[in-house]
Write a protein that binds this ligand. Structure first.
Ligand code: BES
Ligand code: MN
Ligand code: ZN
Length: 481
């Protein structure tokens, strides 16, 4: 899709050449003297149109206008959140194979985050997955232009938004692919393809190297599958080597059958999305290549399948993690934490300023927070605050959950240093408590995206979350020359 930002006012809107034009009208709209302004004012006065969020009025072939469809769209006060909701509604309303070029015009100065919200909402509403269709009918929309009165004021936000879309859609693409089209090896290839960008390097470790590192926990999950595990290490170098990196760790279970503790058949297909954390890391790197911020970022992806063969790990098996801690695997379906713990130990070598892991970790988190907010856990106040605030400003929300030591009681066992599951109660927290044991050496946060990474039902598909949150956070982090 092609994106463009240009100067716009209602007085010149007649000249906009496009298949459809969406005119964003906020409560603070002040009509000028031109014909279109007068028209908008009249529709408001007559009560045929309102500035409430998502209210639309479609005008077909208005006299003297170059575009044959004009949609007046109410955006409320015009906050980023309101703009996102309104634009999503409007794009869905005009979506048809006739609309290839779309123009979005702000009639009042966009509020902070509103331009980004508009761009992301158009992308979201027009996204189409095609990779495994025999006759792909891709996205109809080919170009989108955004018009504002003051282009200079929105230029940076606009360019950022376009990079965000690239990252989000890369994450969606990989998360949406079925497990046979997104094996650990294919995921590693996707990561390697990002290394064509000057600032990105990619290294992939196979089973032998991972065994040599002593990642007994990661190996235990992978041993039940014929697909070789891959440990993907990505580097984005935008600052001097001496600058401590932020490390992102993405859960890369390309299919989660549950293993011997097998999952029920209903909706098991959705476990192809169990590498959404990994996909979000890939998406972030794709956007970083575009944005070129002066920071260093490392991406770690432990990728494997959680399947069942004659060598599969069994409930009760005890394995030794890279940290030296022994783990009793009481439930083979709690595999995410088993691959993440070794990746977290590996992260120590980068002396990171912060480590954030991203994982579709627990059904309990879906129960707790649903699809609106990702679960956030952190042992570091500053990091937690930064991620919460990035969630709000990118509209990719999260919510902090506790890490009291009492929650770790259930992880005690007579047969190893720690068990991989506790009881059902507080399942999202006990999973985080397990991970926390491997994070003593750096500020750490964990995002449980089990409820937010994909949608079920008719709109089944990846959401690309939390790419926007992570990018927002990384761009806020201290920059160096
Ligand atoms: N990938 C799942 C978590 C999940 C479940 C994500 C539902 C999205 C929707 C994870 O590997 C898992 O199976 N977790 C178990 C943990 C339990 C055995 C302690 C769960 O949540 O049931
Ligand atoms: Mn599982
Ligand atoms: Zn899983």
């Amino acid at each position: 899709m092609n994106f463009e930002l240009h100067t716009f006012a209602l007085s010149t809107a007649a000249k906009e050449k496009c298949d459809a034009q969406i005119i964003l009208v906020s409560a603070s709209f002040k009509p000028a003297k031109d014909a279109l302004s007068v028209l908008v004012a009249q529709t408001l006065k007559a009560g045929d149109f309102e500035t409430k969020v998502g209210k639309t009025l479609l005008i077909y072939r208005p006299a003297g206008l170059a575009s044959s469809r004009v949609v007046l769209l109410g955006i409320g006060e015009g906050s980023a959140k309101e703009v996102r909701k309104a634009v999503a509604t409007a794009v869905a309303a005009v979506k048809s194979d006739k609309i290839k070029t779309l123009h979005l015009g702000f009639t009042t100065e966009p509020q902070t985050g509103a331009v980004r919200a508009a761009v992301l909402a158009v992308a979201e509403a027009s996204y189409v997955y095609t990779s495994t269709k025999s006759k792909p009918e891709g996205r109809q929309l080919q170009s989108i232009s955004v018009g504002v009165a003051n282009v200079a004021g929105s230029q940076a936000a606009f360019a950022e938004a376009v990079a965000f879309v690239g990252g989000i859609e890369f994450a969606k693409e990989w998360a949406n692919r079925p497990a046979n089209h997104a094996t650990p090896t294919l995921l590693a290839q996707a990561a390697k393809s990002l290394a064509k960008h000057a600032r990105i390097k990619c290294e992939v470790l196979g089973p032998k190297q991972v065994a040599k590192l002593g990642m007994g926990s990661f190996l235990a999950v992978a041993q039940g599958s014929d697909e070789p595990l891959q440990f993907i290490v990505l580097h984005y170098n935008g600052a001097a080597q001496t600058v401590a990196p932020t490390v992102l760790v993405g859960k890369g279970i390309t299919f989660d059958s549950g293993g011997i503790s097998i999952k029920p058949a209903a909706e098991m297909d959705e476990m192809k999305f169990d590498m959404s954390g990994a996909a979000s890391v890939l998406g972030v790197f794709k956007a970083l290549a575009d944005l070129k911020p002066k920071i260093n970022v490392v991406g770690l992806i432990p990728a494997c399948e959680n399947l069942i063969n004659g060598r599969a790990v069994k409930p009760g098996d005890v394995v030794t993690s890279m940290s030296g801690q022994t783990i009793e695997i009481l439930n083979t379906d709690a595999e995410g934490r088993l691959v993440l713990c070794d990746a977290l130990t590996y992260a120590e070598r980068f002396k990171p300023r912060a480590v954030v892991d991203i994982a579709t970790l627990t059904g309990a988190c879906v129960v707790a927070l649903g699809a609106v907010r990702s679960g956030l856990f952190s042992s570091n106040e500053e990091l937690a605050a930064a991620l919460l605030s990035s969630g709000e400003s990118s509209l990719d929300l999260c919510w902090r959950l506790p890490l009291d030591d009492e929650y770790a009681e259930g992880l005690k066992t007579n047969f190893a240093d720690v068990a991989n599951v506790a009881g059902r109660a507080g399942g999202a927290v006990t999973a985080a408590k397990f991970l926390q044991r491997f994070t003593a050496k750096f500020p750490w946060a964990h995002l449980d995206i089990a409820g937010t990474a994909w949608k079920s039902g008719a709109a089944k598909g990846a959401t690309g979350r939390p790419v926007a949150l992570l990018l927002d956070y990384l761009l806020q982090s201290p920059k160096t020359k």
